[in-house]
Write a protein that binds this ligand. Structure first.
Ligand SMILES: [Zn+2]
Length: 266
């Protein structure tokens, strides 16, 4: 099987993980900028991080035949510091033309705070100005539904085409609205929180195969870089054919991501 993992934080994974993903059929992945597990002290810390994302990780991935792509932003958590966030926003354009950069992400909301919303909106302006794709993180648990609505309204108010935006970490109570409003939906497969492989299969069976994908969102926490091929195995176990598996794990990510000229699956 050949698949794309559209959300993987490889800076926090080992080279062995690249090898295991390649052996499982991963041909391309995309890595959104995120919270590194600690708050960075200055915009220069982000410049170094963006260099890692645009130069170092593509080289590591290429050793295993995986095409690496990335998204740039300051995450919602660190956006609480508006002055820091604005100084990071100012350096992002320097990196937007690097090979493999798909757009702005993963932006979004964490606690649905006023500052987070302000900086979310400024990221959207940047995406609109440079005509890039957008990858959006939605908040956890009880904040998810409200946060998802706030996010979709802000995107609509910016006049950005929802077909160029992926709303990630959807769950049963948010997926329908995301799809109804014309966005793409990402299901994050986590061993404990977010979606399990079983729940992701249930969602596909209930809401269909259009504009939806699965990702591992593997990072420094409890997560599994092989979550996508494992979910594909669950789909087959339920009797779904290879056409559906390929659609969700390869064709849908390629359709959305190919809207950027910098995406290449192989
Ligand atoms: Zn993430």
């Amino acid at each position: 099987m050949k698949y794309v993992d559209p959300h993987a934080h490889m800076v926090s994974r080992t080279t062995d993980d690249y090898e295991r993903m390649a052996l499982a059929g991963c041909v391309a992945l995309t890595e959104p900028a995120f919270w590194a597990g600690y708050d960075r002290g200055s915009a220069e810390g982000f410049r170094d991080y963006f260099r890692l994302l645009t130069h170092t990780e593509p080289r590591r991935a290429a050793q295993y035949g995986i095409r690496h792509h990335t998204w740039l932003c300051i995450n919602a958590k660190e956006s609480e510091d508006v002055a820091l966030a604005r100084s990071v926003l100012a350096i992002i354009p320097e990196f937007l033309t690097a090979p493999g950069v798909l757009g702005i992400g993963e932006i979004g909301l964490n606690k649905n705070s006023k500052n987070e919303l302000l900086i979310f909106d400024e990221h959207l302006e940047l995406a609109r100005r440079f005509g890039t794709l957008v990858l959006v993180h939605t908040p956890h648990l009880e904040d998810k539904l409200k946060g998802t609505r706030l996010i979709m309204d802000a995107i609509r108010n910016q006049g950005i085409d929802p077909g160029r935006v992926l709303i990630d970490h959807v769950e049963e109570h948010t997926v329908q609205q995301v799809l109804d409003r014309g966005f793409w939906a990402g299901m994050t497969l986590y061993p404990e929180t977010k979606c399990t492989a079983q729940r992701a299969c249930d969602i596909i069976e209930c809401y269909g195969r259009e504009r939806i994908w699965m990702n591992s969102a593997c990072d420094w926490g409890v997560s599994d870089p092989l979550a996508v091929p494992k979910a594909a195995m669950e789909m087959r176990r339920r009797g779904h054919g290879e056409d559906l598996v390929r659609r969700i794990t390869f064709e849908n990510p390629c359709t959305f991501l190919s809207q950027s000229p910098n995406f290449r699956a192989e």
